[in-house]
Design a protein around this ligand. Structure first.
Ligand SMILES: [Zn+2]
Ligand SMILES: [Zn+2]
Length: 173
């Protein structure tokens, strides 16, 4: 378990099981989700391997992909994706679409939501934390309605921070 300022990461079974099957991997993921929920954290699972969504064809990456399918079937409420490499950022459109809420399809709306989610996650990769400003893209949003309320851009405060980070990383220290 790694606790950061703006996120908590649980890394499971890096070495514990020798060659777990897809079923075992799925079970590990679901048991972990249960534990994580007990700690009051909403689990978002990334199943790691050495390829991204089939970019490398190999029985081992295939197995992880199968495990993801098993979890999706047995626990459709869980947010899970994979297989991905550990350094890939994942944004899921699953909960962003109107159909998920039984509303008519609206691709333009999904796209606007997706844009905000991507900018938000990129913000984190540049070290931005969650922001309390109502319209700021870095405000944490649990519900899609909250995504709709914010803008696709950071507030002045977050922009200033971002600028500082960019200046530091591009001009050296
Ligand atoms: Zn966030
Ligand atoms: Zn902000």
């Amino acid at each position: 378990m790694m606790v950061f300022k703006n996120k908590t990461i649980f890394i499971v079974d890096a070495t514990a099981n020798i060659e777990p099957t897809a079923e075992e991997l799925a079970e590990i993921a679901m048991l972990t989700a249960e534990k994580v929920r007990q700690l009051d954290v909403e689990p978002r699972i990334a199943m790691l391997s050495f390829s991204n969504f089939g970019s490398t064809k190999h029985p081992l990456t295939e197995k992880v992909r199968n495990a993801v399918q098993i979890v999706k079937r047995l626990a459709p409420d869980l947010i899970i994706d994979g297989e991905v490499q550990a350094d890939a950022a994942v944004v899921s459109t699953h909960r962003l679409s109107n159909q998920f809420y039984g509303l008519p399809q609206d691709d333009a709306l999904v796209f606007r939501r997706l844009e905000k989610e991507v900018v938000h996650e990129l913000g984190h990769t540049f070290g931005l934390h969650h922001c309390h400003h109502f319209e700021c893209v870095m405000r944490s949003s649990t519900y899609v309605e909250e995504v709709d309320l914010k803008k696709p851009t950071p507030c002045n405060e977050c922009s200033a921070l971002l600028q500082k980070v960019l200046v530091q990383c591009c001009l050296g220290d």
